[in-house]
Write a protein that binds this ligand. Structure first.
Ligand SMILES: *Cc1c(COP(=O)(O)O)cnc(C)c1O
Length: 414
């Protein structure tokens, strides 16, 4: 796993922090300690500046016009597609589809693939740790089609039970949809192995990479997944833009998700033929500035190196786990062997929302709630947790600040 690779000696977290204007601000009179990157990441100057430049100097639409600005905008827009293809090691650029985010990517597949290829009595497999975005679209599809949603169970550490997973796969299973990394408890799931098991039975596999693509090297050819989705805003990019990668054969076989301009080849009132991929799935004027901003974000992350990001975040995870484990009353939910830098925790006798509020008083931003993953909360018998999630711009000193703020919180409630 990439998390085990060594950190380059050139990695300088203080230098990196200077790239992020928000990280320099104060909250409630205290320096901001931003530990909510699993919800959304902060943005570097490079991305903000690139988008400002596009809006102030280069703004135009894409694809439709032949004038200079439009040609340039189209070039920049398509440049991001090439950057994403390289980031994921996709064989071809046309396999990269721009969406609004992970949520839309999964909905696109649930509609475009699901409505066409899933029928009554068929089955769809998800895991017990999924984000609601990777549950609800499948549930809606099942309700419409009379298909059945089946769930891979987790053990107490938060690891999927692979023997149970294998038992779920049968001739009625049409697709498996699993998160690469759980946003609620941090488990890195063994998706490569799971994909091979599904493919051995001719079953398609979607990977929800919202928590993985920004934090480690992802190689869709090595994984051999049929679909891979992620969001730009968790990868230092803007909101409102995401990526769907798909294999060519299945993307071509799928129906479009949204109909409209830019996704057609020809339209008459009798019949419409669709544009080839990826445009078949990109109806309407896209989020042009955001796509261009995402390209800059990807270049920024690659400049630091995904292997360095993974290595530093792994150090933060180990340090954070140690700091929190030493505080009496703190319980970490999710103790899988392979984890990303996400620590979900509870404090005995204190509601997670109160933890969130008191930590905020100290300038420490964590998420408190069910993390859009109510089923996994139910699995561990808690309605909610507090969650500290780290990015490559966080420091060990910030984890110390988290530890101190937690101790103070416990004293307030003692
Ligand atoms: C954030 C997240 C999503 C949803 O992403 P959006 O950007 O809100 O569409 C889906 N799955 C996981 C694992 C996530 O962390």
């Amino acid at each position: 796993m990439s998390a085990q690779t060594a950190l380059a000696p050139t990695f300088d977290v203080e230098k990196i922090r200077a790239d992020f204007p928000t990280l320099a601000r104060e909250v409630n009179g205290k320096p901001l300690v931003y530990l909510d990157s699993a919800a959304t990441s902060q943005k570097p100057h490079a991305v903000i500046d690139r988008m400002t430049k596009f809006y102030s100097e280069e703004y135009s639409t894409v694809r439709r016009s032949i004038h200079l600005l439009s040609a340039k905008a189209t070039q920049a827009y398509e440049g991001t597609r090439r950057l994403v293809a390289k980031l994921l090691n996709a064989p071809e650029t046309r396999q990269i589809i721009f969406t609004k985010g992970t949520t839309e990517g999964i909905n696109l597949v649930a509609h475009g693939f699901g409505r066409k290829f899933v029928g009554e009595g068929d089955e769809i497999v998800v895991s017990a740790t999924e984000h609601h975005a990777n549950i609800v679209p499948w549930q809606m599809l099942c309700n419409e089609k009379g298909a059945k949603l089946r769930v891979i169970p987790v053990n107490d550490a938060g690891e999927l039970i692979l023997e149970e997973y294998e038992k779920l796969l049968n001739e009625r299973t049409k697709i498996v949809a699993v998160g690469h990394v759980s946003n609620a408890i941090g488990t890195i799931h063994p998706v490569k192995e799971m994909i091979a098991l599904a493919h051995a039975k001719g079953i398609r596999f979607l990977v929800d990479g919202a928590q993985a693509a920004p934090h480690m090297n992802v190689d869709v050819q090595d994984l051999d997944c049929d679909f891979y989705v992620f969001s730009g805003h968790k990868a230092c990019g803007p909101t409102g833009i995401g990526i769907l990668y798909g294999k060519v054969d299945i993307l071509e076989a799928m129906d479009p998700f949204l109909g409209g301009g830019d996704m057609i080849e020809s339209v008459t009132f009798e019949k419409t033929t669709y544009a080839p991929i990826p445009h078949k799935f990109e109806a309407g004027t896209p989020a042009i500035a955001d796509v261009i901003g995402l390209g800059t974000a990807i270049e920024y992350l690659q400049g630091i190196g995904l292997e360095n990001i993974a290595a530093w975040e792994h150090e933060l995870l180990e340090y954070g786990t140690k700091v929190l484990s030493e505080i009496p009353g703190v319980k970490i939910i999710g103790t899988a062997k392979h984890k990303a830098a996400i620590i979900s925790f509870t404090i005995e006798g204190i509601h997670p929302h109160d933890i969130g509020t008191l930590l905020d008083n100290e300038g420490v931003a964590v998420r408190a709630g069910h993390h859009c993953a109510q089923p996994v909360m139910a699995r561990y018998g808690v309605p909610a947790t507090a969650r500290a999630s780290f990015a490559f711009y966080n420091t060990k000193a910030e984890i110390d600040a988290l530890g101190q703020a937690i101790r103070k919180t416990i004293e307030v409630f003692a």
